[in-house]
Design a protein around this ligand. Structure first.
Ligand code: DX5
Ligand code: ZN
Length: 227
């Protein structure tokens, strides 16, 4: 199953509800919410009150990507606000097992995120604890950056590790994902595609969502059993 997750970071914050409804009606599967604290990444975005407002305008799962130091303190507030998935960066977690277990015990789906320069080896033990692994395909902090091509091979290696270990974690990719690289990403093993600027900087965001989904599903169908 290929899922499209529009990143609302690229939407007009004065009209978030409209942006979400538009992509939902075009077939988006998940809403990706980028939370930045100005410390772990050099940008500040939104917190639990924004998630609580978004929660009222969509029934889609809310995928909260925490780019913050000390994420443990914010898990409960985001769950209370309506987050369905919570992903933490391995670079920010001193006790990764405890953090992931706490996300699950509070009723959200735990995910772990790796920066482009962080090795897959850091996941050796934690892979069994997550529903999804988010591979950053740009350095986190800003939308609209260029995809780093070497991350494709990282996605392939992760898919092989997941298969080899007989686990069910899904692979999500985030950063610089466009209609041009979606096919390669899906063929490499990604099944959750976070897309910001390509959707929201287009005059017809709904059409882009439909195209991304069509290309993603066609690529997956060309390689049965891959995902
Ligand atoms: C970057 C964020 C991404 C970003 C993706 O730190 O995690 O979710 O919004 O945006 P695009 O698709 O524009 O790279
Ligand atoms: Zn993100």
């Amino acid at each position: 199953m290929i899922q499209i997750a529009p990143s609302i970071l690229a939407a007009d914050f004065a009209h978030l509800g409209d942006a979400i409804r538009l992509t939902e009606s075009a077939g988006a599967d998940i809403i990706h919410v980028d939370v930045m604290d100005g410390h772990f990444v050099p940008n500040i975005t939104m917190g639990p009150p924004v998630v609580a407002s978004i929660r009222k305008v969509t029934t889609l799962p809310l995928d909260v990507h925490l780019m913050i130091e000390e994420p443990d303190a914010y898990i409960q507030p985001f769950v209370d606000a309506g987050a369905d998935w919570i992903s933490v960066h391995v670079e920010t977690c001193r006790h990764l097992d405890r953090t992931l277990e706490s996300i699950r015990s509070l009723g959200a789906k735990p995910g772990v995120v790796l920066n482009p320069g962080t090795s897959l080896n850091t996941l050796d033990e934690a892979l069994r604890l997550v529903d999804h692994v988010l591979i950053m395909t740009v350095n986190p902090g800003f939308g609209g950056q260029r995809f780093l091509p070497y991350t494709l091979e990282k996605v392939q290696r992760l898919r092989n590790v997941i298969q080899h270990k007989g686990l069910s974690a899904r692979i999500e990719v985030d950063g610089g994902v466009t209609l041009e690289n979606v096919a390669d990403l899906v063929k490499s093993g990604a099944s959750i595609l976070v897309v910001g600027s390509q959707i929201f900087r287009d005059p017809d965001p709904a059409a882009v969502v439909r195209q991304l989904k069509a290309v993603g599903e066609r690529s997956a169908a060309s390689l049965p059993g891959l995902i």
